[in-house]
Design a protein around this ligand. Structure first.
Ligand code: PLP
Length: 389
């Protein structure tokens, strides 16, 4: 019965990590997956904490703290009980839960995704039942910037009710987020065309070093009275990758709909994994609700973001000094972990992996967090060499 099953293609980032682990070369560099330094957390062994099931919607202390982190403590929607929140299996699980809710419960069929986006978005929305998955222009690879007029034009033509997938900050893979002015223009089209925005927040704090500033776009939409779903991940921002801790927030116009919405989310969770694991939620709650812990975390985020900015500047400088054909100032302008280098997938990217032991995605996306003062020179020289070849 299994004879006709075809092997699915490998998942690129995980495949790259495997190749990297197996590679014995002394100069190997992994610019594929993001491994940031873990936040140091104080985990107090509390005799009151047991291994009992959590409620289906998760650890309430965690969902409250996580929701306040993205929307702000002074958010009117929170004050007016216009929020439903559910703990999720990390960012991916929160995106999947959101997509299922929008497809199965809100009966949305069409979804627009800025091009390029996190490659999992497409498959998650498809798996959740969306019938019409469309790309809309976002990144102008030639000019190395967001093509805002094309994006706005595409959204203006989207059918009423279509879902649009946005990333709140530190866009994966381009590292370029809309400016405040551009977000305002986007919000205007969303309202006029009655579209439904979904925010994926996987890198809060990575763009500016400050989680409040990185939440600007989401908070602006909410202040404008736009209803939305928001998926949060704590994998990167707290280094909690394998704890699989995330949060789904639903912002409503009217609190009277909260009960029904929460009951449907409860059903979706009950039908898939029943209830979420506790450990990661306890770490995040401890970190966000204790002022001292939060202060240390904010400091770490800010230091990490400064380090990334320095690596960006140094890589761009070295590529320029080495007279590498092309312009490199976009590396400095981009934010967050990722940068898109305009490299040819087949020739240049594969050459970097095969000959130089430098692991990056075939799209030319590199993870700046994989750079350090020791390997930067080697990476810059290698990139320069494959481009000049
Ligand atoms: N969304 C985006 C844009 C991402 O880049 C990622 C991870 O790479 C995720 C969501 C999900 O991350 P996780 O499931 O590890 O929290």
């Amino acid at each position: 019965v299994f004879a006709d099953i075809k092997t699915a293609p490998p998942i690129e980032v995980f495949h790259l990590t495997k190749l990297f682990m197996e590679d014995k070369h002394e100069k190997k560099v992994n610019l594929g997956i993001g491994v940031v330094k873990k936040c140091e957390l104080e985990i107090v062994k509390d005799p009151k904490l047991t291994h009992e099931y959590l409620p289906i919607l998760g650890n309430a202390e965690f969902t409250k703290a996580a929701t306040e982190l993205i929307l702000g403590k002074d958010c009117k929607a929170i004050e007016e009980n216009r929020i439903v929140a559910a703990q999720a299996i990390s960012g991916t699980g929160a995106v999947r839960l959101a997509a299922e809710f929008m497809s199965q419960i809100m009966k949305r069929r069409t979804c627009y995704m800025p091009q390029p986006t996190w490659d999992n978005h497409f498959s998650i929305f498809k798996a959740a039942g969306f019938k019409h998955l469309k790309h809309c222009p976002y990144w102008n690879a030639k000019k190395q910037k967001i093509d805002i007029s094309k994006l706005l034009a595409a959204l203006s033509e989207a059918p009423e009710g279509a879902v649009v997938v946005f990333q709140a900050a530190a866009h994966n893979p381009t590292g370029m987020d809309p400016t405040k002015k551009q977000w305002k223009q986007i919000a205007e089209v969303i309202k006029q065309r009655k579209l439904f925005p979904f925010f994926d927040v996987a890198y809060q704090g990575f763009a500016s070093g400050d989680p409040d500033r990185d939440a600007w776009a989401v908070r602006y939409f909410v202040k404008e009275g736009i209803e939305t779903l928001i998926a949060q991940s704590f994998s990167k921002s707290m280094g909690l990758y394998n704890e699989r801790i995330g949060n789904l927030v639903i912002v409503l116009k009217d609190p009277k709909h909260a009960k029904a919405v929460a009951s449907q989310i409860t059903n979706l969770i009950r039908n898939s994994y029943s209830n979420p694991p506790a450990f990661g939620s306890r770490i995040v709650a401890k970190l966000l609700t204790n002022e001292e812990n939060k202060h240390i975390w904010l400091q770490h985020l800010s230091e990490m973001s400064d380090r990334v900015k320095t690596m960006r500047r140094e890589l761009a400088e070295r590529l320029t000094e080495l007279e590498t054909p092309g312009t490199w100032d976009h590396i400095v302008k981009q934010r967050g972990m990722f940068s898109m280098l305009a490299l040819q997938p087949a020739e240049q990217c594969e050459k970097l992996i095969r000959d130089k032991h430098i692991y990056l995605l075939r799209s030319g996306r590199i993870n700046i967090c994989g750079l350090n003062t020791k390997n930067l020179e080697y990476v810059a020289e290698s990139i320069s060499e494959v481009i000049k070849d």
